[in-house]
Design a protein around this ligand. Structure first.
Ligand code: K7E
Ligand code: CUA
Length: 866
């Protein structure tokens, strides 16, 4: 036994938990711990993050994927990745950027006519109602090409991309205001608002920063660009922002890091930007009344228009007391408003302090026009000391903050120290620190920036992983670390390598707030939330030709694409409209035509289109790219592109061997008989499901719906088969009977899954020993010969514990452990003769054997279910 008398153990889990764990660790757990070199605290941490198969997480995290231009979705506490979402970058799995509908979204992100196929995503934001996450919309910014994208959390698809018309880069977004009326996006590198050349010498006069207030329609889930406007700001290099909430609702806060207005010039012998931009002791926190500015912007007198976009000039904002500056320690990074909106914490990455500003003090100074001075642009400066609640000495390189459910509790990342520090922004006391690996940037609390933080966990989004994972080459995975914050001391639970980077920030939401759909209304254009013009139902499949434009209206359903053969002329413009007719959960199909660089993902009910010029001659298979059923490989067809100017010699048709009428009749009868037998199995499952009231269990009812969808298609095929038979086309009748069998297999497949699920739901609860026994039964290979409830290559084991008299249990135990010794017993001998098989010794130990017997008891208790 590996004894780890670790001080940390008693400290973190308490002596009693550790003791009971030691106790539980007798046996198998002990063995595993020893084999894998795990300490007791490791096992506790594993248990805190482990999800059994089928288990769900309490929180869902949306992480930016940095230069990958995507979003990453994962669960907490398991840290299992659930999805990547294509946002600014094409993502072929989802057909994103490869089908026409998603290309339209991606192309909304063109800048000045130029296609841009990547993004530098930094800050995701979840839509809010009263400052709390409502689980409806997700926004994310692109720093490199200043854009904001909107993702719908009903289907996790990107629906809109808007380009900032005046900024040339943008970092301080996306941040929703507390009722999602606006999304804040602050500039980063100051540049001229117009698209012209302006020499760098004109920096102070012409280059500008600012904050764009994107108007958001919470019902439609779209940004309304016409109703949006930008607040002009000095060229101070605005950085992160946050929206006020609660008492500070209506206001915005944006950091900056170049109040020096330095513009570099290494090449002409000037010190580099890093020196010039961090010369002053302080930079400026911008404080602006966006609500008032939104009102002002309605009057054309108060705005100037650049690139069709309204800008509220600094003079106007100043004149109406809507823009202020407060000094903050130099080159800060994060600014984070507390859940009630009263405290605003700014981290100066070059300063060891966090500065906590107090909204009521700021408000008072503004009200009294108590200014410490003005900046070169005439913006009033509030006194730093008078605005501050206080400062706390945290450590080296404080960057970002998150809140927990405990009043006053705040967590801050320390980039240089590679630590997370827990402290109190009211008392300004440091409470705890934990090491992370390495150089943490953002951190993510559970709803940790909303008005209702949930506590429990903090995720450390580290910039470097260095030695934490298997070496996969010089480009390392990213490292997200999950920290348990429910105790007095923080406890680092687990590392998660992330294979996309660099994920600057992540936001977490309670899983129960998300209500993703499982299917679309039939024929939906998912990117526009409306019925697709190319929607095609079963029976409506067709090819339409108009000059050199060919439109194919196709459907996909297990396991065929209709139509299956399409011939076009070289040079034709070909559009496929494809509808997935499935309603069954998870029955997505994919579609591609080889060599034409197109791909669509068709989830149940979706219609997508793909379009290309058939400019190369030849034969091009098209097929389904998702392994959707046993006959997935058969889910294909041919696009044949012929050159209208060429003459093609027809090859002599080879005479195919045909069957005699008698042979055909025999095959037909056999197929019909197989179908009847399969239907009997289906009917027995249906009977079982009905008797056990399947409709009471949603999971099972959903599966039954899927199964009946398949079964419902049989009547139509039967009609076709009968018609063919009547017309004397036996060959065709057989093919339709085969199609019937396909639908039956699909029905049975889902039906049996439903039955298994129902058995689990209505059976008596398994004891731990019985569950372990079932596992041993499965893993030990017993199921190879014994099927519960059925005689297969070995006897049915229901009732085995009653079959051998009073000492049945002992008999079964002996037989499992030493079958060879009993081969000559008359009963066993009889069985060996009957099955022509001997029960082999599977080398089960005593404990496993005991558990298997417990499992068999459970089987007997529920014998009526098998
Ligand atoms: Cu990397 Cu928020 Cu863009 Cu800090 S940001 S670390
Ligand atoms: Cu549909 Cu594979």
């Amino acid at each position: 036994m590996a004894k780890h008398s670790n001080k940390l153990v008693s400290l973190l889990v308490g002596a009693s938990v550790a003791a009971s764990l030691t106790h539980a660790a007798d046996g198998e757990l002990q063995k595993v711990m020893k084999a894998r070199g795990l300490s007791e605290i490791d096992v506790v941490r594993a248990a805190k993050t482990y999800n059994p198969s089928g288990g769900r997480d309490e929180f869902v995290v949306f992480s930016s994927a940095g230069q990958a231009g995507q979003m990453i979705v994962y669960g907490v506490p398991s840290m299992r990745i659930l999805k990547y979402i294509g946002v600014f970058t094409p993502e072929p799995w989802q057909g994103y950027g490869f089908d026409e509908e998603s290309k339209k979204v991606l192309r909304q992100g063109n800048i000045r006519g130029r296609e841009i196929n990547w993004g530098d995503t930094h800050h995701p934001a979840l839509s809010e109602k009263d400052g709390k996450y409502d689980g409806k919309w997700l926004a994310i910014n692109d720093k490199a090409n200043p854009r904001i994208a909107i993702i719908d959390l009903a289907d996790f698809e990107t629906k809109q991309i808007v380009v900032n018309p005046v900024f040339k880069s943008a970092h301080g977004g996306a941040f929703f205001t507390q009722n999602s009326d606006y999304i804040i996006e602050a500039c980063q590198y100051a540049a001229p608002f117009d698209d012209n050349y302006h020499p760098i010498e004109d920096y102070k006069e012409v280059y500008r920063g600012g904050a764009t207030m994107w108007r958001f329609d919470t019902k439609k889930g779209r940004i309304d660009t016409k109703e949006s406007f930008t607040i002009e700001m000095p060229p101070y290099m605005q950085d992160l922002s946050d929206s006020g909430k609660g008492v500070s609702d209506g206001w915005g806060f944006t950091n900056s890091f170049n109040s020096e207005m330095y513009t570099g010039g290494i090449e002409v012998g000037m010190p580099p930007n890093e020196a010039g931009m961090s010369r002053n002791d302080t930079d400026f926190l911008h404080v602006y009344n966006w609500k008032k500015l939104a009102e002002l912007a309605k009057d054309p007198k108060n705005v100037k228009v650049v690139n069709n976009h309204r800008i509220v000039p600094m003079e106007v904002a100043v004149k109406h007391d809507a823009l202020f500056l407060i000094p903050e320690p130099k080159s800060p990074h994060g600014v984070d408003v507390s859940p009630d909106g009263e405290y605003i914490t700014v981290c100066g990455k070059l300063d060891t302090h966090a500065s906590v500003y107090k909204w009521s003090k700021i408000k008072e100074l503004i009200k009294n026009k108590d200014y410490a001075g003005k900046d070169p642009y005439g913006i009033p400066i509030l006194d730093m000391k008078k605005s501050l609640h206080g400062q706390a000495e945290l450590g080296l390189g404080p960057l970002h903050n998150q809140y927990s459910n405990v009043d006053g509790e705040i967590y801050t990342s320390l980039y240089v120290d590679s630590q997370i520090v827990k402290w109190n922004y009211k008392t300004l006391k440091v409470l705890d620190k934990v090491n992370v690996h390495y150089n943490v940037g953002h951190l993510c609390g559970m709803e940790g920036k909303s008005a209702d933080p949930q506590g429990k966990y903090i995720i450390s989004l580290n910039k470097l992983a260095i030695d934490r994972f298997q070496n996969v080459g010089p480009l390392h995975p990213q490292n997200h670390q999950l920290i348990d914050i429910s105790g007095k001391k923080m406890d680092l639970l687990v590392d998660m390598p992330l294979p996309l980077g660099e994920p600057h920030q992540a936001v977490a939401i309670r899983a129960e707030k998300l209500h993703g759909h499982v299917r679309y209304t039939m024929g939906t254009n998912s990117r526009e939330d409306k019925i697709h013009e190319g929607k095609t139902l079963a029976g409506q499949e067709r090819v339409e030709r108009d000059g050199n434009k060919v439109k194919v209206y196709a459907t996909m359903v297990r396991s065929h694409i209709n139509p299956e053969r399409i011939t076009v002329n070289k040079g034709d413009e070909v559009t496929f409209y494809i509808t997935n007719l499935e309603r069954a959960q998870d029955e997505a199909h994919g579609f591609t035509v080889d060599h034409y660089n197109i791909h669509a993902s068709l989830e149940p009910g979706k219609t997508s289109s793909i379009k290309f010029i058939a400019d190369i001659e030849g034969v091009f298979p098209y097929y389904c790219t998702e392994f959707c059923s046993a006959l997935h490989l058969e889910m294909m067809g041919y696009l044949m592109v012929k050159d209208p100017n060429k003459k093609y010699e027809s090859t002599q048709k080879k005479k195919m061997q045909t069957m005699s009428p008698e042979q055909l009749k025999a095959e037909y009868d056999k197929t019909v008989a197989t179908n009847a037998a399969t239907d009997a199995v289906i009917q027995s499952v249906v009977k079982f499901l009905k008797e056990n009231k399947y409709e009471k269990h949603k999971v099972v009812a959903d599966l039954v719906t899927d199964a009946m969808d398949q079964y419902g298609k049989i009547a139509e095929e039967k009609k076709k088969s009968d018609a063919a038979l009547k017309a004397g086309d036996m060959e065709k009748a057989i093919l339709f009977e085969n199609m019937i069998w396909q639908y039956m297999v699909k029905t049975a497949d889902v039906g049996i899954r439903a039955k298994d699920a129902l058995v689990r739901l209505v059976a008596t609860k398994q004891s731990a020993a019985a569950a372990a026994g079932e596992k041993a039964f499965g893993e030990g290979g017993c199921g190879g010969c014994h099927v519960i409830g059925k005689v297969s290559s070995g006897p049915d084991l229901t009732g085995v514990l009653q079959r051998h008299g009073e000492n049945s249990e002992k008999w079964v135990k002996d037989f499992i452990m030493n079958p060879e010794k009993m081969y000559t017993e008359p009963y066993v001998k009889g069985m060996i003769d009957y099955f022509n098989l001997r029960m082999p010794n599977q080398h089960m130990d005593e404990a496993e054997t005991k558990n298997i017997i417990e499992y068999l008891k459970w089987v007997d208790q529920n014998a009526n279910l098998f």
